[in-house]
Ligand binder design. Structure first.
Ligand code: SF4
Length: 353
């Protein structure tokens, strides 16, 4: 990734990762070049992981140069990399061309190689326990900036002969409030003629933007959907997640049920367990009543601490009690391993200055 001066110059050109295959075809038409030249560039970048057109050897030299002059192939600068003690979790701070920054996380767990990527700089929704929410919304990322985070981790892994296995769209921001760019990024990464990352290996996580869940349902994508529930009564949920006032459980849960019915896919509910806030068996009981009969999975994750929120993670004993309550009532659930907490790379901990 280039230095700031060069990035400023590159910024004047469209970012390659923002293009769709149709955009490239159109550009070839304008240039009087055959459409397959655009596809060669597309495959060179997304399959061979070429960082510049000059590295795509089946392109003629004059076209390599023309592509380089027409598009920028970078927009981000790595400002900082923080690694967990076991090196299995890495958080990178990526500087954008307008001097804002985002954070993205890479996690290695058994055979999984997962990138957790951001869709916005900051977030408008202000969930009480979330460091990103405390930043407020600065701006949406473009589709290209979302794609570039994945390309960054992919290229780094390729140097060690490894590949990404999963992409989770759970970093900074609410992806369903940057819907179009997020879907374009997924389409780019999913394209069989390019990066070819299987739809089922994406997970998109939303706080519960009901109309967008309905939209997503209509699209019939094979992508995994996770909804951050965190509370099973409106009273508690809106204390934790202000968006619940706009989209209360009466609208959210039917949208989730409809998603499962229409797509035949299982839905995941995320539940950050916070000591004496939402870890009581009264909430577990309300949760069972809410999702009974729904093809779903509940991920229980003890809260990751953040500055500015006094809540603490639930004790292991209470995590087990909560889990046991759900489990004995035939609700599929998992206690998620907390990763990257010490480097502030866990869920809800991402934030930049
Ligand atoms: S938890 Fe998600 S939706 Fe809530 S403030 Fe944080 S980034 Fe935004």
């Amino acid at each position: 990734m280039p230095g700031a001066g060069r990035r400023r110059a590159l910024n004047e050109r469209p970012l390659f990762f923002d293009l769709t295959p149709e955009d490239l075809t159109q550009r070839m038409l304008t240039w009087g070049e055959p459409a397959y030249r655009g596809r060669q560039l597309w495959r060179g970048v997304y399959r061979q992981l070429a960082e510049t057109p000059e590295l795509i050897t089946n392109l003629p030299h004059n076209l390599q140069r023309r592509f380089s002059e027409a598009f920028s192939f970078y927009s981000m600068e790595v400002k900082k990399t923080v690694r967990s003690a076991d090196n299995n979790t890495q958080k990178v701070v990526l500087g954008l061309t307008d001097s804002h920054s985002i954070e993205s996380v890479f996690m290695r767990y058994e055979r999984r190689r997962t990138a957790c990527i951001s869709t916005q700089v900051g977030c408008a929704l202000g969930c009480v326990f979330c460091a990103t929410g405390r930043m407020g919304l600065v701006r949406d990322l473009t589709a290209g900036e979302i794609v570039e985070q994945v390309m960054y981790f992919t290229r780094r892994l390729a140097q060690d002969g490894e590949r990404l296995t999963n992409i989770v769209i759970m970093g900074m921001g609410e992806p369903f409030l940057n819907y179009q760019a997020t879907m374009q990024a997924i389409d780019t990464l999913n394209d069989p003629d390019g990066f070819n990352f299987g739809a089922r290996r994406f997970t998109i996580s939303t706080i519960g933007i009901t109309p967008k869940i309905e939209c997503f349902t209509q699209e019939r994508r094979q992508i995994n959907l996770a909804v951050s529930l965190h509370a099973a009564t409106n009273e508690l949920r809106q204390q934790m997640l202000p968006i619940n006032r706009r989209y209360p459980l009466e609208s959210l849960i039917p949208a989730c049920r409809n998603y499962v019915e229409q797509t035949g896919r299982r839905i995941t509910f995320e539940w950050a367990l916070i000591r004496q806030v939402n870890d009581g068996l009264d909430q577990a009981e309300a949760l069972v009543n809410l999702i009974q009969g729904l093809n779903c999975h509940v991920n229980l994750i003890p809260l990751n601490p953040t500055d500015g929120y006094p809540g603490e993670a639930t004790s292991q004993q209470q995590v087990d009690n909560f889990y046991h309550y759900l489990n004995t009532r035939k609700i599929q659930c998992t206690i998620r391993v907390r990763r990257g907490i010490n480097i502030n790379a866990g869920c809800g901990q991402l934030a930049t200055e």
